[in-house]
Structures are given as C-alpha cells and as structure tokens.
Ligand binder design. Structure first.
Ligand code: SAH
Length: 369
C-alpha cells in the first residue's frame, strides 16, 4: 500500500483486504492470518490456486510417485482385512489435493478380493476448486465416491482414514516468550501501513504444554488445535473399527522455534509477502498430536519416519517390479523413490502417525513396542 492508501503493484487482493481490516479493527492473530490466507472463500490459497504439483507451488509425495498411493492403498486393504473385512466400509481421505493418492490407492487395493465391493470412498475437501480436480482424477474409478466439506460430517462406521500433508495446513497459534510471560504473535500494520508481526498486548491465558516451563525469553511455541479432529476420531472409534494414518513433516517432540513458512512456485518467501497467493504451512508437533488423540478408545502406534514406514510396506520390491514393467521409465522411478526415502529429506522429515480404535489389532508398517 502506498501513502495514498492504494494497493501497490505486486500486492495480492487479500493483502488489501487484510490491511483494511487490521486498520479498522486492530491486529489479528497468526492463527487467524493463516486461516484467512488458506481458506478465505474468495481469495484463500486453497480456494483459488491449483497449488499442488510439479508445475505449481509445491510437490507432495503422491505427486512424486504413484508408488506412494499404491502402498497406502494396499495398507488400507490389509487393515480392512484385519477388521474382519466389513462390507460396506469407508475409505476416507482428508485434504486429498488433486486426488492422485486416492486414485493410486484404489487402483492397487481393488485387486484385493472383496475390496472393490466393500469400499465407499469419502473425500473431505472444503475447496471447490480442488473438489473439481479430484472429481476429474477419479472419473474412471468404479468405487462410489462422495465429498464432504468437514470431517465432522462423516457418520460413524468401519473406517480407514488417510491424510497426507493435512495437519501442516491447519492454522496454528504462535506464542512468544516475553520477559513477563507468553504472548500471542499477531499480524499488525507498521508505520508504512504494511503487514508486520507484533505481539499481543495481553498475556496468553490459554493452556500451555509442560515444555513451556523451560523456555527462555524470545522462544517461539507453536500450538495447533487438533481437538475437533480428535473428538471426531473418538466418536468414530465408538461407532466401529477405525484405523487412521497421518503423514506430515514435523517433530517427534514438542520444541521451540518459528516454523511458519510461505512457499510460492517452489521458492520460500516472507510469510507476509503475498497472502492468499502462497502456501502457508508449519511443522507438525507429533507429540502434541499423540497426546491429543490417545484415549481409552484410541491407541497410538509408535511414530515412524516416512522412510521406515514405506520401507516396511515394501517400497523397494514394488519399485523394482514397476521398473521391470516399464524399463524406459526405470531412471525416473528410481529417482522418485530415492526422493521419498531420502535420509536427509522427505524420508526422515516426514513422519507417519498411526492411530486405531482399541479393538483393531496393531497396524501394519509400525514397529511393535
Ligand atoms: N494430500 C494432498 C494435498 C495436501 S495440501 C497431497 O498430498 O498432495 C492440503 C489439502 O488439505 C488440500 O486439499 C486442502 O484443500 C485441504 N484442506 C485444507 N484445510 C482443510 C480442512 N479444514 N479440512 C479438510 N481438508 C482441508
């Protein structure tokens, strides 16, 4: 925005909306900023951008290799068998992006006898743009597919649930340890009326994890509210066998640090630079997620890295079969698998959280305690 109050070239339409709103009613929390940037019905990132894929802003595991979705499909079929092969049962995916993972998963799982007849697919996706992309991707499938906007709308019943890179898109609160206590990090306006970070005027009165007690001044703590999802999981576990996989990049244990990042066209940029036009994500605190989900109804598997998990599901065998069947693509397949498994990249940065209702046996692919 320039001195006359008009929006400068390069600023996004959402930047103008936010600047006007903050000027009128005061700073907003980082959580509200993230929520608006990602999900504003008119200008939100997931509502307007094709977002995911080699040509877009970032690439995800299912877009790197078909093997990713295929292995998760086979995993789902094995878990369904462990549940006693209920028919019908629901295969639910939260945040399916372009629908690639579900298409690959169904293609592989439908070869398991009885699976195709039993499966009902539910895709949880609030973005109409992405729903359309998913519809297109799944046109050829024979499975019954239904879309809902919110996980809370999924009725109880036998369920296998998958989510890749869904947690990291859930808006989170950032707290900063100040001399006198924790304060929420806010988005305000600087003297030039541009978006800038600030801290809340009052101290944070919400709950804090135990680790917060050891923080030094200046530490940043990120809190993601998964209680709504947890309630849904508990309710589902009451209504039938439930098994769920959440794959995301994040930490095993609660720690300190600012991990909020903006990515636009495969480059990271300032979080405040282009609201609505860049993807905003933050690392997942898996310890917090585990604590939130575990109950007498829900058991949590020991956290696994993506490399350990895909390795246990037989990624090497599947890759070599695919390479034999497609010799001209062997190099490409090998490179894609190496990327998913990379010890300094996706293979270890991404973790797999498995949860199940207590009546379901231990899930495949996880180390036994
Ligand atoms: N799983 C996909 C896409 C990851 S991007 C992949 O791996 O390629 C995050 C996805 O979560 C998008 O589809 C986005 O629209 C969706 N999403 C964001 N907020 C959501 C919410 N509250 N409920 C369900 N999906 C959501």
């Amino acid at each position: 925005m320039n001195e006359r109050g008009s929006v400068a070239a390069g600023e996004t339409p959402l930047a103008a909306v936010l600047i006007r709103r903050i000027a009128a009613t005061g700073p907003i929390s980082v959580r509200a900023y993230m929520e608006i940037c990602l999900s504003d019905p008119e200008h939100g990132y997931y509502r307007t951008q094709p977002a995911i894929g080699a040509a877009a802003d970032f690439i995800t595991a299912p877009e790197i290799s078909q093997i990713f979705g295929e292995l998760l499909g086979l995993w789902s079929a094995v878990v369904w068998q462990q549940m006693g092969a209920p028919s019908p049962f629901r295969l639910v995916e939260i945040g399916p992006g372009r629908g690639t993972m579900m298409a690959d998963a169904l293609r592989a799982a439908q070869r398991v006898p009885g699976f195709a007849d039993a499966v009902r697919v539910i895709l949880v996706e609030p973005s109409p743009v992405l729903q359309t992309a998913q519809r297109r991707k799944l046109e050829a499938t024979t499975a019954q597919v239904e879309w809902v906007e919110d996980m809370a709308r999924v009725a109880p019943g036998p369920t296998v649930l998958l989510a890749n890179e869904f947690f990291d898109a859930i808006p989170m609160t950032q707290l900063i340890r100040c001399e006198d206590g924790w304060r929420e990090r806010m988005v305000a306006l600087d003297q030039a009326a541009a978006l800038s970070f600030a801290v809340d005027r009052s101290l944070w009165r919400g709950a804090l994890p135990e680790a917060a007690a050891t923080a030094s001044t200046g530490s940043v703590l990120e809190l993601r509210d998964l209680s709504g999802l947890s309630q849904t999981l508990q309710r589902m576990a009451d209504g039938g066998p439930l098994a769920a996989l959440f794959i995301d990049y994040g930490h095993e244990a609660t720690g300190f640090g600012d991990t909020l990042q903006a990515v636009r066209r495969h480059r990271s940029e300032s979080v405040l630079a282009s609201p609505g036009a860049a993807d905003l994500t933050a690392m997942v605190d898996f310890e917090a997620a585990e604590r939130c989900f575990a109950s007498d109804r829900i058991a949590v598997e020991p956290l696994s890295t993506q490399a350990e998990f895909l390795g246990a599901l037989g990624i090497a065998e599947r890759a070599s079969r695919l390479m034999t069947a497609n010799p001209s693509r062997a190099g490409e397949i090998e490179a894609a698998v190496a990327r998913l498994m990379s010890p300094h990249g996706m293979g270890t940065r991404f973790k797999v959280l498995g949860v199940r209702s207590s009546q379901v046996p231990g899930l495949p692919g996880f180390a036994r305690r």
